[in-house]
Design a protein around this ligand. Structure first.
Ligand SMILES: Nc1ncnc2c1ncn2[C@@H]1O[C@H](COP(=O)(O)OP(=O)(O)OP(=O)(O)O)[C@@H](O)[C@H]1O
Length: 241
């Protein structure tokens, strides 16, 4: 099955055409990167994939931020009918920015993503605590579970955000520039970790990055957004950066 299949996608904010016939296909189990210059439309494409921006007919009228057409299928289903959003996890850009004094532990940050399963007014049970521990172990942060989030380095915080995205055991993981605040060493470590999780857990990954040079050695598919369209480049996916 394809994790994502996009055909002839157009999107504009008012008169500004941002996507002008994007087509791409991400097969399940692969790791893909999406690059492109500032303003190329990468975040717009991610927002369409996450159902935050409309395609086709919509009933919200003037309140829409923009309008689009074309087709998007996620995990084999038309996005307009797609309901299984818990099978998709998203790591936003600068996810930890401004959390320096946030009074929550690593464990609480990861557990918060299980709120649908736990419910707002119930405490986490043994099963949920185990899920949190397993997600932290996947990113090598098990020992830090009681540490306040603001007392971690940028690289460690980014790994906690990854654990937070993994705790729901998603089929598809979407990341928006996860290494933009990291130095070279931490960025490479993050890519290796992502590749390992992709290979071992068979989680399909789509990552937006400006770091095409380093990230491309971990990718099966490399797409570059340019002039509203996607250009495909060969990926290596061997992780031998
Ligand atoms: N909500 C919005 N309303 C109007 N125009 C927008 C909106 N969001 C983005 N744009 C415009 O659409 C274009 C694409 O923006 P987008 O954020 O998708 O690019 P990007 O590739 O993610 O850029 P960057 O690498 O800088 O994050 C830009 O010209 C931007 O100004």
């Amino acid at each position: 099955m394809n994790a994502i299949e996009i055909k002839n996608l157009h999107f504009s904010y008012g008169k500004e055409n941002v996507l002008d016939g994007v087509s791409l296909c991400l097969k399940e189990g692969r790791l893909a990167i999406l690059a492109g210059e500032n303003g190329a439309g990468k975040s717009t494409l991610l927002r369409l994939l996450l159902g935050e921006l409309p395609i086709g007919e919509s009933h919200k009228g003037d309140q829409e931020e923009g309008s689009g057409d074309g087709s998007i299928e996620i995990l084999g289903q038309d996005i307009r009918q797609f309901k299984d959003w818990s099978s998709i996890s998203y790591v936003p850009q600068n996810g930890m920015g401004g959390w320096k004094d946030f009074p929550a532990s690593v464990e609480e940050i990861v557990r918060a993503n299980l709120y649908k399963q736990i419910g707002l007014f119930r405490f986490a049970g043994k099963k949920e605590r185990q899920q949190v521990r397993a997600a932290l172990a996947q990113v090598g942060m098990e020992e830090y579970q009681n540490r306040l989030i603001g007392r971690l380095s940028g690289g460690q915080q980014q790994r906690v955000l990854l654990a937070r995205a993994l705790v729901n055991e998603p089929k598809l993981l979407i990341l928006d520039e996860p290494t933009s605040a990291l130095d070279e060493k931490n960025a490479s470590h993050f890519y290796r970790l992502l590749k390992k999780i992709n290979a071992e857990k068979r989680i399909t990954v789509l990552m937006v990055t400006h770091d095409l040079k380093r990230a491309s050695s971990y990718a099966d598919d490399i797409w570059v957004l340019e002039d509203g369209r996607v250009k495909q480049e060969a990926g290596k996916g061997d992780g031998q950066a």
